[in-house]
Ligand binder design. Sequence first.
Ligand code: NAD
Ligand code: 6OD
Length: 478
Amino acid sequence: MLLSSFVGGEFVDSGELFDNVNPIDGSLVGKVSEADQSVVDKAVRAARSTFDGVWGRYTVPERVALLRRIADKIDERAGELLKAEVADTGKPVPLATTLDIARASANFRAFADILAAQGIDAYHTGQLLNYAVRKPLGVVAIIVPWNLPLLLLTWKVAPALASGNAVVVKPSEETPTTATLLASIIAEAGAPDGVYNVVHGFGPGSAGEFLTKHPGINGVTFTGETKTGAAIMQAVAPKVVPVSFELGGKNAAVVFNDADLERAIDGLARSTFTNTGQICLCTERIYVQRGVFDDVAKGLADRAKQLRFGRPDDPHTTSGPLISQAHRKKVLEYYDIAQQEGAQLLAGGGVPKLGPALDKGSWIEPALWTGLDNHARILREEIFGPVAALVPFDTEDEAIRLANDTDYGLAASVWTSDLERGHRVAGAMKVGIAWLNTWYLRDLRTPFGGAGLSGIGREGGLHSLNFYSELTNVCVGW
Ligand code: NAD
Ligand code: 6OD
């Protein structure tokens, strides 16, 4: 299979090809045509042309209707999207079905509903009438990572289109397929040519950099690593365009003695091992009150030992591989660092042997560590794998201090039966999203994003629409 960029309603190639590799067994999913500067130029021009033309004249009800048609088409082609997402990422079919693919249409429906119900800011004082007119930014660059490819892409494309922008998206080089399929879905749903463009390639010296440095873009929304966010910020600085950044995390869980332990261990297992730890919201630091430390450590280690590696469509498979050999190398370096730092390993910590059919894949065992404190690198740096370090604490104040002792600030979870304390501690977390007795439950209207190194701005509901639009206040005097 050859994947091409999609520009102004047509698939275009530019010569250089790169491999799309299946992380299950290292096999080739297909070749991808890397967009050069001229393809990126054409994509930005195509987006601008429809923004200044037919797309710019769409009314709000017409945009709402388009979003709903896209959601319906996604559902119709869910099987095709699922197959593509699973081949690119290696994740188990049930996970891709219930999370990645289900959220793609849900994202379009949610923003259709929000747009349909949206009013405007207006203040009428008797002497003055002020009202704010909402306008799209123009051409928005959307750059997304490989861990939840279609979910994170549609999480940005839906509100960007809802707000009337035209977009140029750059999917991760590791997971290029569903963004390309989405191009044909959006076209089939009747979007004008140029509203949704895809440029394939890498970051520096490739499509990612060409796009963020392009003089024709009016905003950049990015999800990915913190250091990439910093590079993009520098690239867009001369243009002073708005940025929305969802970046890395080093998320804490806090478990109190009075927690429902079965529920807490289940939640911790999900938050540590889901998607092989490759979700920005995954827990990598677990602070446990001393009275239940051994029980939680044992419970979580047992859950790690129950994980089953295998092909995505095998019903016994609970865990897929990491996304690539390069990412596995990085995660395994942290396994070595943990050892050098003197951590005790509770479970896993190596590379599983799965036989000749799978051993060329990017498989990894989980790792659970104890015996270190917040000075250790494994408690400070984002690893982005199926890992967690467990640290005991005695008091509530100490738990809050330890959880907040990080440069990141994306998510946290708090586990306790004392709801008063639960609200207090969850509210004290210096993060964008704090869960109480649960993890990764979503209402798409709520603010989603991070503090500190975890990002700039919030996505979700009106927060997204605010990013993707400019406001002009009209003040009428009489
Ligand atoms: P990454 O930053 O390496 O790449 C993300 C995207 O940016 C890719 O499309 C890549 O090609 C592109 N890119 C890389 N360098 C670029 C540059 N200089 N200019 C323009 N584009 C560039 O991230 P990744 O490895 O794909 O994803 C994993 C990371 O993403 C983790 O750090 C994770 O925490 C983070 N993440 C955060 C969230 C969130 O919501 N906060 C969600 C998912 C992933
Ligand atoms: O669920 C979402 O809306 C979202 N943005 C999830 C991000 C997960 C990060 O990997």
